[in-house]
Design a protein around this ligand. Structure first.
Ligand code: PEP
Ligand code: MN
Length: 338
């Protein structure tokens, strides 16, 4: 249930609703907007009639049942767009923010070169995996902590904040020591213990859609993070598995406006994993922005043919610069800022 208080409700009244909810066995998440305060009640609504117990209070405007299986993630809970800050970069709320970097950190030379080049071209956040979720146990698994140290070095040199993946709860605190935002990969979208663990941190989370997950499952995974008190979640559409073998995944761009209508969280699109083909990265990046995405996450490698992972979908720094020129044009046309 979502409880909307009248615009003139005082702090004492907000506290009273929270206390009543607690007595009834509900958790309460308070969201203060400019116009009104909204309280998300978390608990079993079949047991208690909140309309009767809370809706009768004079300072409560409405009690809205939430039909969706997520609450804090829903638009009803927070009508305005959430803006997530990663370092100095902002994602959401009328901006287009581009995250770029290699699939995996491979060497100091590689990550520093990419970091400088993507920054010059206009990227606001650097990506790079230190712990890689590879389908085969014999493929390159990432440089581990050394990779994290190299990312930190690249941040020092360029000022770009970094996003990197944590594969499991065990290495989360190590990754969190270095990262400005923690990536939860597609294969871990329903690793509920990991979601709860990042929910307990106070760091932004880039949550990728599972390759076989529905939009509602995706939003419920985000709910796991928000339910622990961490509202800094950036959603990422990265393609889903279909019968089409010509592309690595099928980029589901229809989910972007759909998610925008259902949730206040920002959403970025990953055209690299979404297509698996470097030649499709630019057209799908532009299409993503037209569909309403708040940004992009793009794989860039100085020499894609030699890349230790995801070479076929990686673009060169030169191609990235020309992509950014097009991104800037579309951003202007959309009346957004970059
Ligand atoms: C990645 O971003 O390099 C990655 C492994 O992505 P995904 O989890 O979407 O496959
Ligand atoms: Mn990759």
């Amino acid at each position: 249930m979502i409880i909307v208080l009248r615009s003139e409700a005082t702090q004492k009244e907000v506290d009273e609703v929270v206390a009543r909810l607690k007595n009834l066995g509900f958790g309460a998440h308070v969201s203060r907007g400019v116009e009104r305060t909204i309280i998300g009640a978390i608990g079993d609504e079949r047991e208690v009639d909140l309309e009767e117990k809370i809706g009768v209070l004079p300072f409560v405007e409405r009690v809205i049942p939430v039909l969706a299986p997520y609450r804090l993630t829903s638009r009803e809970f927070r009508p305005a767009d959430t803006v997530v800050k990663v370092g100095e970069a902002e994602i959401g709320g009328g901006k287009v923010t581009v995250i770029a970097g290699p699939c995996a950190v491979e060497s100091e030379k590689q990550i520093l070169e990419v970091a400088h080049r993507v920054k010059e071209a206009g990227a606001k956040i650097l990506r790079g995996g230190a712990f890689k979720p590879r389908t085969s146990p014999y493929s390159f698994q990432g440089l581990g902590e050394l990779g994290l140290r190299l990312l930190a070095r690249a941040r020092e040199e360029t000022g770009l904040p970094i996003v990197t993946e944590a594969l499991g709860v065990e290495e989360l605190s190590l990754v969190a020591q270095y990262a400005d935002a923690i990536q939860i990969g597609a294969r871990n979208m329903q690793n509920f213990r990991l979601l709860e663990a990042v929910g307990k941190l106070r760091k932004p989370v880039l949550l990728k859609r599972g390759m076989m997950s529905t939009v509602d499952e995706f939003l419920m995974s985000a709910e796991y993070v928000l339910a622990q008190g961490n509202y800094q979640v950036i959603l990422c559409e990265r393609g889903i598995r279909t019968f089409e073998p010509s592309t690595r995944n099928t980029l589901d761009l229809s989910c972007v406006p759909l998610i925008k209508s259902r949730s206040h969280l920002p959403i970025v699109v990953d055209p690299s994993h979404g297509t698996g083909r470097s030649d499709l990265v630019e057209p799908m990046s532009l299409a993503s922005l037209v569909a309403g995405a708040d940004g992009l996450i793009v794989e860039v490698h100085p020499n894609p043919v030699e890349a230790l992972s995801d070479g076929p979908q990686s673009i060169t720094p030169f191609q990235f610069s020309s992509l950014m020129e097009e991104v800037k044009k579309i951003t202007r046309l959309l009346g957004k800022e970059i």
